[in-house]
Design a protein around this ligand. Structure first.
Ligand SMILES: [Cu+2]
Length: 416
């Protein structure tokens, strides 16, 4: 978070009956030191507060006025009121947007990779082998690298001799984008390559009271009545918005664990592979998409029972774009579809996919005040700046300790 000296204090309401007020300046996160200020009183009202020493390192300053007789003053301390007085934090508009392909890399080297189709292994279809891996990527100039999980292409399309080639591409956040055409089927072999055992646990808090995230139906080995938990490295691919047949939908019950995971639940109960593709083996699934849809931007993402929101937040999402003859006519100034008799070039290209996401990052210097029970991330138990943060405390809307009975920050009502 940004830190700096206190550059001014604004009095919103001067109160009454003040005689010799003393201004005390503290900080919500205990980061600031050294600030001093004096209150100016006229007829018992504080008319202004003068900063005599701005101090340093303030993040969220609090003004307290001590006085034997006065009440009611309201004042706000300002940090960053002078150009260049702030340091730290995540600055706006510093990094450019990662665009499509290596040529679209931004200043951090981020870009959304584009998958290369193998057009020969399955005649009439585009074929992709997609892995799921754990990796790190720097998301902002003011952050260290962030631990993520995401998709990566494992084959490399079709070479100039028409052969399927194997050359894993580097993993890129929100990649690899699959570009397909209306009515051109896409086939995918998905392989879960996440870590296993304790390393396979998510680096985000998992609420095991959510159905599908905690205990499953099977007893732990040798412990009758003690149910074994589902693992946190379960994953699948669901193509969001696609007109998919159910066996390839990637429903909440169509997930798979890595091949070498030790678990009584190696795959979801509804996993069905594509009948005319080879058995992909443990840790892999196959999918078939008809793409009988008009041009559109979709995305594929994880859908595993009980942890979908966490897996997608961790990075298990990528773009999927269908183009069609109508769109191509509007790009190329042709009229094969019949919608463009004027042969106009209306569209410059298939577009620039825009993806808007909401992420919160851990700041190791303030997390112990903001979230005292945070214990997840890349070094569980040690708060690491740049780790993804996720809510994990259910704050009740009732507060028996407050005379109103209400907790204004609460979101959850007690049951009867
Ligand atoms: Cu979805």
């Amino acid at each position: 978070m940004p830190k700096g000296p206190i550059t001014s204090i604004i009095v919103a309401y001067g109160g009454m009956n003040y005689t010799s007020p003393v201004v005390e300046i503290s900080d919500v996160y205990s980061t600031g030191t050294g600030a001093r200020a004096e209150a100016i009183v006229a007829n018992g009202v504080i008319t202004s507060i003068i900063v005599t020493n701005g101090g340093s390192g303030y993040t969220a300053p609090i003004i307290t006025i001590a006085d034997a007789t006065g009440v009611g003053v309201e004042a706000t301390a300002i940090i960053g009121g002078l150009p260049g007085s702030l340091s730290g934090g995540i600055r706006k508009f510093i990094d450019s947007l990662p665009r499509l392909g290596a040529a679209g890399a931004n200043n951090l080297g981020q870009y959304i990779s584009i998958a290369n189709a193998d057009t020969t292994t399955f005649h009439g279809s585009d074929y992709y082998e997609i892995g799921l891996v754990e990796y790190s990527e720097q998301m902002h100039s003011d952050l260290p690298a962030t631990k993520l999980r995401g998709y990566v292409q494992l084959n490399n399309g079709t070479d100039s001799n028409g052969q399927n080639t194997i050359m894993p591409s580097p993993v890129h956040y929100l990649g690899p984008l699959i570009v397909s055409g209306k009515d051109r089927p896409v086939r995918i072999k998905f392989t879960n390559m996440l870590p296993t055992g304790a390393d396979g646990n998510l680096f985000l808090p998992v609420d095991k009271s959510v159905m599908g995230a905690g205990m499953g139906p099977i007893d732990m080995p040798g412990m009758p009545g003690m149910k074994e938990n589902y693992t946190e490295n379960r994953a699948t691919i669901h193509l969001h918005g696609n007109n998919s047949v159910w066996i390839s939908d990637g429903t909440p019950h169509q997930w798979i664990t890595p091949a070498d995971e030790m678990t009584s639940y190696p795959e979801g109960v509804s996993v069905v592979n594509v009948p005319d593709m080879p058995d992909p083996g443990d840790g892999s699934m196959t999918f078939y998409y008809t793409n009988q849809q008009s041009a559109r931007l979709m995305f594929y993402h994880d859908h595993a029972f009980g942890i979908t929101r966490l897996n997608v937040y961790a990075g298990e999402a990528a773009g999927y774009l269908i183009t069609d003859q109508v769109e191509q006519d509007l790009i190329n100034g042709t009229n094969n579809s019949g919608v463009n008799p004027g042969l106009l070039k209306v569209l410059p290209d298939i577009g620039i996919p825009l993806v808007i996401q909401d992420k919160t990052f851990v700041d190791s210097t303030t997390i112990s005040f903001q979230d005292p029970t945070w214990k997840w991330g890349s070094m569980p138990g040690i708060a690491m700046t740049g780790d993804l943060w996720y809510p994990h405390v259910y704050v009740p809307a009732q507060n028996p300790g407050d005379i109103t009975g209400v907790n204004p920050f609460g979101r959850w009502h007690y049951g009867p």
